[in-house]
Design a protein around this ligand. Sequence first.
Ligand SMILES: CC(C)(COP(=O)(O)OP(=O)(O)OC[C@H]1O[C@@H](n2cnc3c(N)ncnc32)[C@H](O)[C@@H]1OP(=O)(O)O)[C@@H](O)C(=O)NCCC(=O)NCCS
Length: 99
Amino acid sequence: MSCIVTIGEPFWGRRLGSAAAAAAVEYGFETLGLRKICASVLPSNDASARICLGLGMRREGRLRQHIEKWGEVHDLDLYGLLRDEWRGDDRAADAAVTG
Ligand SMILES: CC(C)(COP(=O)(O)OP(=O)(O)OC[C@H]1O[C@@H](n2cnc3c(N)ncnc32)[C@H](O)[C@@H]1OP(=O)(O)O)[C@@H](O)C(=O)NCCC(=O)NCCS
């Protein structure tokens, strides 16, 4: 399953993208019970990268020359967030380490 956040340009910069992404992540972890949520972002898309990092995601790597868009080839950055990292909740990770 995947979803894309797109905000109409007149409304950019009002934190609507951040709110939509946070709601999608909450739905994924709380309602769907997902273990991990990923995002793929064009390296030139600074706002999307900041949204991912603001959610606590880590950049896990760059897929080189991975997609073609608007007639050009682009790299794609992959971001990931584990359930245990969400909202700084590392209790499950601590439990796994301490047994
Ligand atoms: C990417 C998009 C969803 C961002 O939505 P938005 O509502 O404008 O973003 P927000 O207001 O929530 O801002 C998110 C962060 O990006 C930053 N930001 C916003 N516009 C920016 C810009 N033009 N350049 C750099 N940073 C920017 C904000 O300061 C904020 O950072 P912070 O949380 O560290 O303060 C929106 O621009 C969009 O729909 N773009 C076209 C579609 C698209 O690219 N979708 C994402 C595909 S991965």
